[in-house]
Design a protein around this ligand. Structure first.
Ligand SMILES: *Cc1c(COP(=O)(O)O)cnc(C)c1O
Length: 397
């Protein structure tokens, strides 16, 4: 049928026949397209010059932009970017801003992978690093060096929930002209907004509370200074740290209910903290809104009296009781993550902190009986009932 001049078949492989409609979808569309076509070279040229529109998804796509704008609004940021994971958001900061010979000062209780980047990967690239206690601004100040380019802290530490001296750290970042990056994953913009307080960079693992359903791995980073922001966006595209449209779509959908979820989870956490504190067999409960928290006054000032959705507790009876506790509450997933709609339980000594020596763990109070709870949005009675019953069973063993 070819070559006879009468063939009216056409190549439809990449002809998009999307039905026209005057009305528009209410939910965000999800184009998975890797590439965008332009009408002619002039149009392509113009788009590059304006810096708007899309060409290739690694350079940017609508779902990432929609999600970033919504997180920007929560954080009081402009021009934030979405990355393929929380770690790639941190990666964009490190790769985009540092060069060999620089020094980075980190909090000594950062997320485990962040600690690993600082202690093992950056030195390999000729970048000096050191760690100091962020609850002690004088210790942080003493660790600054003339070549310190970046300070990286978390406001509330994992899993001991210590509250950083943010006022002191903000002051020394200003006084020394060092960029301050805050990983705001634990606190979320519902408790603390680093840029509004004077930090230079805010980072999220969107995977956690912002997306909230444990079905998308994503990160976010925004900077106050447009030049810094451009360096982050460039690192994101050049190192291929960028996210998939579908993950962005899921996270944007999850984000619609973030504030409701957060408030409910926080209210549940306060109730659970109270119930656990009254439970025989519990040696201590760590929750920033409780008066017996070691940084209670600072937490009250920094987080406005709120405690968040994370709490930790120490069970008597060591590893045997810890095993028994997890077996006794099958409806609370034992899973090392946080921020899910469901309450989840993690045991740092066997997961996130297994790399430390027992002495190193003891130094920060992470014993074999230490658990971290990410409180979810369930009916509070159900979670409190199950966990307190499990504690009673576990310490009887
Ligand atoms: C989970 C987490 C990260 C890493 O995020 P991913 O999305 O898992 O890459 C970074 N910082 C904190 C505080 C986290 O909890």
């Amino acid at each position: 049928m070819t070559g006879n001049g009468n063939d009216d078949r056409r190549n439809t492989v990449r002809r998009i026949a999307w039905p026209e409609s005057r009305s528009r979808p209410v939910a965000t569309p999800l184009p998975p397209s890797v590439v965008y076509r332009a009408a002619q070279p002039d149009a392509m040229d113009a788009q590059y010059l304006e810096g708007t529109g899309y060409t290739y998804a690694r350079e940017g796509h609508p779902n990432a932009e929609v999600l970033a704008a919504k997180i920007d609004a929560l954080e009081g940021a402009t021009g934030g970017i979405v990355t393929g994971s929380g770690m790639s958001a941190i990666g964009a900061v490190l790769l985009g801003l540092l060069k060999s010979g620089d020094h980075v000062l980190g909090g000594n209780q950062l997320y485990g992978r962040s600690l690993r980047l600082l202690t093992q990967d950056l030195p390999r690239l000729g970048i000096e690093t050191s760690l100091a206690d962020p609850t002690d601004a004088a210790a942080m100040a003493a660790a600054l060096r003339p070549n310190t380019r970046l300070i990286l802290v978390e406001t509330v530490s994992n899993p001991t929930l210590r509250v950083a001296d943010m006022e002191g750290i903000l002051g020394l970042s200003r006084a020394s002209g060092t960029l301050l990056a805050v990983d705001n994953t634990f606190t979320t913009p519902r408790l603390y907004r680093p840029l509004e307080q004077g930090a230079d960079i805010v980072i999220h693992s969107v995977t956690k509370l912002l997306a909230g359903h444990s079905d998308a791995t994503l990160g976010y980073v925004a900077a106050r200074d447009p030049e810094v922001a451009l360096a982050l966006a460039t690192a994101n595209a050049s190192w291929g740290l960028t996210p998939s449209p579908f993950d962005c779509w899921l996270a944007e959908r999850g984000l619609q209910s973030f504030q409701l979820r957060f408030d409910r989870a926080q209210a549940n956490a306060a109730l659970l903290a109270e119930a656990l504190a009254d439970c025989p067999g519990i040696l201590r409960v760590i929750y920033p809104a409780r008066p017996d928290h070691p940084d209670h006054n600072r937490a009250t000032g920094l987080l406005g009296g709120q405690g968040g959705n994370m709490l930790s507790f120490e069970l008597e009876g060591g590893r045997a009781a810890a095993n028994a506790l997890v077996r006794a509450c099958p409806d609370i997933p034992f899973a090392p993550t946080l921020g899910d709609v469901a309450t989840t339980l993690s045991h740092p000594a066997s997961s996130s902190h297994r790399g430390l020596t027992p002495e190193g763990r003891a130094e920060i109070g992470v014993t074999e009986g230490f658990f971290r709870v990410s409180v979810g949005i369930e009916e509070p009675d159900l979670v409190i009932g199950e966990l307190t019953r499990a504690v009673r069973e576990a310490v009887r063993c």
